[in-house]
Structures are given as structure tokens and as C-alpha cells.
Design a protein around this ligand. Structure first.
Ligand SMILES: Cc1ncc(COP(=O)(O)O)c(C=O)c1O
Length: 437
């Protein structure tokens, strides 16, 4: 093994060695897929909005230096290895913290719960912690069922809320059928269609769950008035509204919450639950949150405060750094920066779409969350590879493969946006050249 003593944690393996080990011990089909793409995007060095691959497109060639416009759906909202978050984690370790004990009380869970309550819309003021987004979604659905004493759940076609128990049931059949996992109590309807929602919500429904901007579903923008009407229908029938802000929350849209002014500035909807994941980890320690209105607490915890637990969900270390992350990302100056950069980015993407309107159908988005829709999946797939080779990491949407999802870290600067746009444009030009030959 070529061990570089100076880079103890990165560059331990060559790309070839890694692919072999990964295939043998982790996930063979995934390795075959990446090989099929002709692109081994293996994260190597990372810093700020930059991510270097372990090696170049051909084995043994220099690494690609990518602008990370995936941000892993928001995990890297503050970029890779943000110095303030690293410092806070180091301080927390030096200051005596570890994971903590989930059966006991915790200072940092209390402090983070308070911070979240200050930032939440309406009277959402209680938080149950988890490790992953899927776990926090499961928690919300569990709690909605406990409160309403009803079983049914309505979600959107193409929506994605995770691959765990209830979360998986809310998603598309492709992901649950192989596991023989389905239930007549879970129903999907077209996103953004208020009549479909009206028909689906009956008095035996426990909850509606929606992403503010469905990410895997294609960065879809609901028509103005959709969410307020969904809220009204839910209120009318005693149904809980669960809002998944795993990707659109924490400032991504330029407002702190997508559902509360981020989608449309004058549309401020207060759901019953807000779920966060990904960015809650502050990129350094897994954490997810399910926040809800106080009346829900009684229905869940009154008879047994241990009825729902998660050993490492809400760890002291995770809560301490998430507190710092919330302080950074909720600062009005930070949000104004996201809005300004988002505007520049949106204008630039529109220009690119206009120049290549023969293959690009539409751009849509809010803040620094954008979708680029192609006329067909082949162009989208080849376009993704071509843009990556041009130096911008992005991907197509899992449930709408004709659309790229583009989410730069929220700390991106004007000059970097200009450079990213140059590279995306170059990637599209290269795609057209490949298509011609
Ligand atoms: C909108 C949304 N909700 C929930 C999840 C599930 O999060 P996790 O993978 O942490 O379980 C994801 C993950 O991609 C997501 O995009």
C-alpha cells in the first residue's frame, strides 16, 4: 500500500486499490456503476466549497478539483471543514463532552432545543432528536399517528423522505417494492395539485408530509397558494402537516425556513412538524431533528417519557456544533448573502438555459437550490458527467432523472459563482460536442 505518512487519512489507497476493496467489502454494484460512468468521483482533499477527487478521470492522473455544487443536499451548507465548526467541535471535545447518555437529560440537547424553538415559525417549540433525516421523518409520522389516533399518511409522487421505516413508505415504489414494503395507509398524490390533495385528505388521515421544494423529485416549485391551502384543508379535517426541510431549510432558500417565506416571500405557513437533517450535522457530526407544536408532546410522552428513544440521536457533541451552525446560518447578514448569491446564480443559469434551449427545457429554484431540466434523461446523464469533468460536482435528481439539482454551499462567493457558471456552460458545450460525434 502506498501510505503517505503526511496524509494519514486521505490518499491511503490508490483509486484502483479502493475500488477493489469497496467492491469486495462494501458495495460491488455501486463500483460497477461508477466504472460505467468512467468517472471515479472519490472524495479526497476537501476545503470550503472545493472537493478534490482522489485521482483524475484516468487512474494515476492528477485529481479533479471540483466546486461542490451537490453539498450532499445541504450537509455542506457551510462548505467542507468550516473553521468555526471545527473549532467548536474541538472545544466541545476539550471541554469534556462525548455522545452523552440518551436516557439521561442533557444540557446541550436543552440548549439546542431552545435555539431551535427561537427560530421555528409559530409555536413549534419542542424537539426530538435523531441521527438521520429518515429517522426524524419516522419520528414525525409516529407522533402524528399517536396524536390523531389515525393511520393514514399522504405524500407526493416523486417525493423523498428517507429509506427507513415510515419514511420509506411515503416514497416511490422503486425503493420499497424490492423490500416487500408497502401499506394501504400510505398514499402518494401528484405534487402541487391542490384538487388531488383535497380529494386525498379525509377524516381518517393522520398526516400529510411534503418537502417544501421536492429535491429528488426534480426541484419542483409548487404554485403560489398551494401550501396555505394545504394547511387550511389539514386544519379542516384535523390532519397534521409535516414539513420536510431537510434540503430546503436552514437558509437554503435565502429565508431561514423554506415553508416560512422561502418559497414565496409573503407565504408564511406554520406546519405542525418541521424536520431537519443533513445540514443539522454541520457536516461534522450526524444529527437530525423533528420539531413540533407543544400539544403533540402529551399524546406521545405523557404515559411513558421513554416511549421513543435514540441512543446517538441528539448526542452532546452533535448538539454543541449544531448550535454554532444555527447561529451562523440564522444571521440576517448570512441570509441576505444567500439571497444575493442565489439571484446571481439563478440569472446565470437562466442565461445558460437560454443559450442551449435546444437541450435544456427549464431552470427553476429558490435561493441557492436550483434545478436544470433537460428535454431527456440521456442528455441529463451525459450532461452531469460532462459538467463534473469541467469541474463542478452536481447530480441528477433521483426521482426525476432529466433534471440536475444544483446546490452550492451557502458560503459561496460572487467570483466563485462566476467560475461555477463558466464551468457549467463549458460542460454543456462539451456535451453537445460529444453528441455531435
Ligand atoms: C428531503 C429529504 N428528506 C429526508 C431525507 C433522508 O435523510 P437521511 O438520508 O439522512 O436519512 C433526505 C435524504 O436525501 C432528503 O433529501
Amino acid at each position: 500500500m502506498n501510505r503517505n505518512p503526511k496524509e494519514k487519512y486521505i490518499g491511503i489507497l490508490t483509486q484502483k486499490e479502493l475500488l477493489k476493496l469497496y467492491s469486495k467489502h462494501v458495495n460491488g454494484p455501486k463500483v460497477r456503476m461508477f466504472k460505467g460512468f468512467g468517472l471515479g468521483v472519490i472524495p479526497g482533499e476537501r476545503d470550503g466549497i472545493h472537493l478534490k477527487t482522489l485521482e483524475g478521470v484516468k487512474p494515476g492522473t492528477p485529481p479533479l478539483d471540483l466546486y461542490n455544487c451537490r453539498s450532499s443536499g445541504g450537509v455542506f451548507n457551510l462548505g467542507h471543514r468550516n473553521p468555526r465548526i471545527i473549532q467548536r467541535l474541538k472545544d466541545a471535545l476539550d471541554g469534556g463532552l462525548d455522545v452523552g447518555d440518551h436516557l439521561l437529560l442533557s444540557e446541550w440537547r436543552a440548549l439546542l432545543g431552545k435555539k431551535l424553538a427561537e427560530l421555528m415559525p409559530g409555536d413549534i417549540s419542542k424537539t426530538t432528536f435523531g441521527v438521520s433525516g429518515g429517522e426524524a421523518i419516522d419520528t414525525a409520522i409516529k407522533f402524528a399517528r399517536a396524536y390523531t389516533k389515525r393511520k393514514k399518511c399522504i405524500s407526493a409522487d416523486g417525493g423523498y423522505h428517507g429509506h427507513t421505516g415510515f419514511a420509506l413508505l411515503t416514497g416511490d415504489p422503486d425503493f420499497k417494492d424490492p423490500f416487500l414494503w408497502n401499506s394501504p395507509n400510505f398514499k402518494q398524490i401528484p405534487y402541487g395539485d391542490i384538487e388531488a390533495m383535497r380529494n386525498a385528505i379525509t377524516e381518517d388521515v393522520a398526516c400529510v408530509i411534503l418537502e417544501t421544494i421536492p429535491a429528488s423529485g426534480g426541484v419542483l416549485i409548487a404554485p403560489e397558494g398551494y401550501y396555505p391551502e394545504v394547511r387550511e384543508i389539514c386544519d379542516d379535517k384535523g390532519v397534521m402537516l409535516i414539513n420536510d426541510e431537510v434540503q430546503a431549510g436552514l437558509g437554503r432558500t435565502g429565508a431561514f425556513w423554506g415553508i416560512y417565506g422561502g418559497l414565496y416571500p409573503n407565504e408564511k405557513v406554520v406546519p405542525d412538524f418541521i424536520v431537519c437533517g443533513k445540514g443539522m450535522s454541520s457536516s461534522l457530526y450526524p444529527l437530525s431533528t423533528c420539531s413540533y407544536k407543544p400539544f403533540i408532546e402529551k399524546a406521545v410522552y405523557k404515559d411513558d417519557p421513554f416511549i421513543h428513544i435514540s441512543t446517538t440521536g441528539g448526542s452532546d457533541l452533535g448538539c454543541a456544533i449544531a448550535h454554532e451552525m444555527l447561529e451562523i446560518q440564522s444571521d440576517p447578514k448570512f441570509l441576505a448573502h444567500v439571497k444575493e448569491m442565489g439571484k446571481l446564480f439563478g440569472i446565470g443559469l437562466e442565461e445558460i438555459a437560454g443559450e442551449h434551449s435546444d437541450i435544456i427545457k427549464e431552470t427553476r429554484g429558490r435561493g441557492l437550490m436550483w434545478g436544470l431540466e433537460f428535454y431527456n434523461e440521456d442528455d441529463s446523464r451525459l450532461g452531469m458527467l460532462s459538467i463534473i469533468k469541467a469541474g463542478v460536482l452536481l447530480n441528477y435528481c433521483g426521482n426525476k432523472k432529466d433534471t440536475h439539482i444544483i446546490m452550492p454551499p451557502l458560503i459561496v462567493k460572487k467570483e466563485e459563482i462566476e467560475e461555477i457558471l463558466i464551468r457549467i456552460r463549458q460542460g454543456i458545450i462539451n456535451l453537445k460536442k460529444i453528441k455531435k460525434n
